[in-house]
Design a protein around this ligand. Structure first.
Ligand code: F6R
Length: 335
C-alpha cells in the first residue's frame, strides 16, 4: 500500500490538480468570511418551521442545521416540490452553490406560491437572479469552489442569519467551532483511517444526533474518493442492517461516530455492535466526539471525514475535485 504520508509532492499535485486540500483546510477562513458577509442579513420571524431545500453538497448544510437547531423543526426538501404544509410562519431556505440546480430552482418557483419567508444562499446563477427579483433575503457566497467544499460558507451563512434573526443562539459557538478546527490536528488520524479503508466499503454509523455528520462522510467518500459508502444510525441499524454482517459480500470498514454524552443505552449499543462486527471479521474505528459545543463537535467530525475522503482519493489515484458522472447526468438532463 502506498503511504500517503510519503507520497511525493509531484504525484499529489498530479492527482489533486485543483488543490482540493487547500479548499478543505480553508474551512476556518470560509466560516469567518461567511460571518462577515451575512452579518447584515436579518429575517422577520418568529418561524414555526424551517424547510431546507438543496441537493448534494448544498443539501448537506440543511441536514447539519437540522441536527443543530432544537427550537424549531427543520424539514429537508430534496425534491422538485415543496411539502404542502408550508405556511406563512415557515422559513424556506433555498441553498444551491451554483444557483442552477434544477430541483432547487423548481422549489424556488414553488416558494413564490406560498406566503412563507425565504432565504437564499448561493454563489450566483438563476437562484441569485430570483432572489434579487423577488426581494428575498440572500447571502451571496464566493464562487469558484466545488459545492461540497463550500460547506463552511453555506452552513455558517445560514447559522449567522438565523442567529441575527433570533432563531438560534449560536454566536459564541461559531467562534469556538473555528478555534476547534484551527487548534485540532486531524491529518494523521485521517491518513491512517484512509489507509485502513482502502479496498473496503466504508459503513458509517453514528448516534442519532449526528446522523447528518454520517451522511456528510458518506457523500464525501462518494464524491471525493469515487466509491460506494453507506451511512446509518445506531440504534436503527441494530434492528436490520446488522444482519448483513452474517453474509458479507465484500470487505467493509466501519466507523462509529458518537458523543461521549450520548444516551447511555446508545453507548452500550455501540459497544455491543462493535463486538459483534469484530467477531464477524470486520474492522472498525470509534470516533468519540469531544468539544465545548455541539457545533464544534459536528464541524470537527465533518472535517475529519472530509480529510479521510481526500486521502482515500489519493490512495486510489483519483482526482478528488472532478465529478464526471454527476456532470454527465446534469448535461444529459439539459439536452
Ligand atoms: C459537487 C457537489 C454536488 C452538488 C449538487 C448540487 O461538489 O457536491 O453534490 O452540490 O449537484 O449542486 P449545487 O450545490 O450547485 O446546487
Amino acid at each position: 500500500m502506498i503511504r500517503v504520508t510519503i507520497m511525493d509532492e509531484d504525484r499529489i499535485r498530479d492527482i489533486d490538480e485543483a488543490n482540493m486540500l487547500k479548499d478543505i483546510t480553508s474551512m476556518p477562513d470560509h466560516i469567518r468570511e461567511a460571518a462577515e458577509i451575512s452579518k447584515k442579513v436579518r429575517l422577520e420571524g418568529p418561524f414555526k418551521s424551517i424547510f431546507s431545500v438543496g441537493m448534494g453538497g448544498s443539501g448537506i448544510a440543511g441536514e447539519l442545521l437540522g441536527d443543530l437547531v432544537d427550537r424549531v423543526p427543520v424539514f429537508l426538501c430534496r425534491d422538485y416540490e415543496l411539502p404542502k404544509f408550508i405556511n406563512k410562519d415557515s422559513l424556506i431556505i433555498l441553498n444551491s452553490y451554483s444557483g442552477n440546480t434544477e430541483e432547487t430552482l423548481a422549489c424556488a418557483k414553488a416558494a413564490l406560491k406560498t406566503k412563507a419567508n425565504v432565504l437564499v444562499i448561493t454563489s450566483g446563477g438563476r437562484l441569485l437572479e430570483m432572489a434579487k427579483k423577488h426581494t428575498w433575503a440572500f447571502v451571496n457566497i464566493p464562487s469558484g469552489l466545488r459545492p461540497r467544499a463550500s460547506l463552511g460558507y453555506q452552513l455558517f451563512s445560514i447559522l449567522c442569519v438565523l442567529s441575527n434573526s433570533g432563531v438560534v443562539n449560536l454566536s459564541t459557538d461559531i467562534g469556538k467551532a473555528v478555534e476547534a478546527l484551527e487548534k485540532g490536528s486531524f491529518k494523521d488520524k485521517a491518513i491512517s483511517l484512509a489507509e485502513k479503508m482502502k479496498g473496503r466499503i466504508p459503513l458509517i454509523y453514528s448516534s442519532p444526533q449526528y446522523s447528518s455528520v454520517a451522511v456528510r462522510w458518506k457523500a464525501q467518500l462518494n464524491e471525493n474518493a469515487k466509491i460506494h459508502a453507506f451511512a446509518n444510525i445506531i440504534p436503527e441499524m441494530n434492528h436490520n442492517e446488522i444482519m448483513g454482517f452474517t453474509k458479507l459480500l465484500a470487505e467493509h470498514y466501519v466507523v462509529f461516530i458518537r458523543d461521549e454524552q450520548d444516551n447511555k443505552r446508545i453507548i452500550e449499543r455501540v459497544r455491543i455492535t462493535k463486538k459483534i462486527i469484530t467477531n464477524c471479521g470486520v474492522d472498525s474505528t470509534e470516533l468519540v466526539l469531544k468539544g465545548s459545543s455541539k457545533l464544534s463537535k459536528m464541524i470537527t467530525a465533518v472535517h475529519v471525514g472530509d480529510l479521510v475522503s481526500y486521502y482515500l482519493a489519493l490512495e486510489y489515484g483519483v482526482d478528488p475535485s472532478v465529478n464526471h458522472l454527476i456532470d454527465e447526468i446534469k448535461r444529459e438532463l439539459t439536452k
